[in-house]
Design a protein around this ligand. Sequence first.
Ligand SMILES: NC(=O)c1ccc[n+]([C@@H]2O[C@H](COP(=O)([O-])OP(=O)(O)OC[C@H]3O[C@@H](n4cnc5c(N)ncnc54)[C@H](O)[C@@H]3O)[C@@H](O)[C@H]2O)c1
Length: 336
Amino acid sequence: MKILTISDVQAIINILGLESFLWRLVTALETDFRRWPEFQKSVRQATHYAHGVIELMPCSDQEFYTFKYVNGHPGNTGHGKLNVVAIGQLSSVATGYPLMISEMTVLTALRTAATGGVAAKYLARDDSQSLAIIGNGVQSEFQTIVLAQLFPVREVRYYDTDDKAMTKFATNLSGYPFALKPCRNIAEAIQGAAMIVTATAAKKKQCLFTFDQVAPGTYIQGIGGDCPGKTELSRELMQNAKVVVEHTPQSLVEGDIQQCSAADIYAELWQLVCQIKTGRENDTEITVFDSVGFALEDFSILKMMYDLAHEYQLGTDFELLPELDDPKNLYGLLQL
Ligand SMILES: NC(=O)c1ccc[n+]([C@@H]2O[C@H](COP(=O)([O-])OP(=O)(O)OC[C@H]3O[C@@H](n4cnc5c(N)ncnc54)[C@H](O)[C@@H]3O)[C@@H](O)[C@H]2O)c1
């Protein structure tokens, strides 16, 4: 069985280059969303605490089964720890044997951004030149880079309640070919933005901006409203925009759409990818991808990393499982 550590993930991304890694990932996600009916899907199993959540996220096709262990602890960053950490496993459906265990903290940020990219392809205006990023923590650079890769972004307007996060964001993205505009508040950041990403972390119902603050034609990618009682976008906005979710049963509990009902959901993302439903239909409608993170996205990136690890001979093969001459004699292993 293979173990992929953070060093292996870094090595794979360095070999391919972040840009082509992300192209490959957007394509892999779109391919898997296109075969949505082939997957066994379920809502994630979430264990809630007053200060955060720990979740297990399974998904399977006929060949591979994956699951991710992931948390969300908004208070962690105040104590020098990440808000979100994750580990994933990919197994063979034929035998049930685990094939790979992988670090998934970086992979979660990458797959969340790339999934947003897939949604934006269908929901944002092709000529989107200005992007606003509200919340400049861990996810923010990944979100920016994917959208700037897919759209002709010339200006990125950004705001965080934490000045240090804003400085870090600007430093990390200083080499990219778009102008960085720090803003003093959310209203300033979203002014004139064709695309808005909300990536804040607070375990409460927030309203980052109101419906009447959003210009016609805007695309909103909401990733921080992803738990019961944890929202970023107002009910009025969700009821008046064209809202797309990943998996309705999970999103109705966890997404910003938890404030509304199933009738307020326009489509699931796979329906746009399969062209069962039309994405953006004109330059004036306001569209929302209410992302909570679905297990299929983890499946896609785990499978892609498994293939890449073999292609580049990376990762470490570990004997974590017993190898037996007689598969009925497990006890024999203990006879030293
Ligand atoms: N949808 C998904 O698939 C998915 C995946 C990963 C993370 N997330 C969610 O995305 C959010 C961001 O995650 P992260 O890892 O970047 O967290 P993080 O803690 O690293 O960053 C969050 C940032 O938001 C800022 N913030 C909080 N309230 C704010 C406000 N009102 N206005 C402006 N800034 C504010 C904080 O200061 C912080 O810098 C979290 O809520 C997380 O749960 C969603």
